[in-house]
Structures are given as C-alpha cells and as structure tokens.
Ligand binder design. Structure first.
Ligand SMILES: [Zn+2]
Length: 69
C-alpha cells in the first residue's frame, strides 16, 4: 500500500500519494510545459499581448467615460 506523504511544494502540507498534491502537480506540470514551450510560444505570447493591448485600447477609446465609473 502506497504511503501518504506531504506535498513536495514548499509551504504546502497537503498529503498526497505522488510527489505533489493534485493542485501543485498541475501547477508544476504547467510550469514545466511553459518553460519548455517558452521559446516556441514566444511569438504567440507576444501576439496575445498585442491583441490584449489592442482590445484594451479599443475598449478605452469606445467608452472612456463609462469605463471610469
Ligand atoms: Zn501542494
């Protein structure tokens, strides 16, 4: 029978059967994948940031008064 032990994530004391608790298992996996994909996805992220900025600018330009209230 596998032993329960504390999550390996610093500051987390959730007991788990794997290295990390479910929450941090997902977090660590996402971090690793984002690190691995960082170079490849750089253009994608830059595009997304540009789109977000453009959308934000468009929103602000469309409703400058209502956005403030
Ligand atoms: Zn954890």
């Amino acid at each position: 029978m596998p032993m329960l032990h504390g999550c390996a994530f610093p500051g987390c004391s959730t007991f788990t059967l794997s290295t990390y608790c479910v929450e941090h298992e997902l977090l660590v996996r996402a971090l690793k994948e984002s690190e691995r994909a960082q170079v490849a996805a750089h253009d994608e992220i830059a595009d997304a940031a540009d789109a977000a900025l453009t959308a934000d600018t468009a929103l602000t330009a469309a409703a400058p008064e209502s956005a403030a209230t």
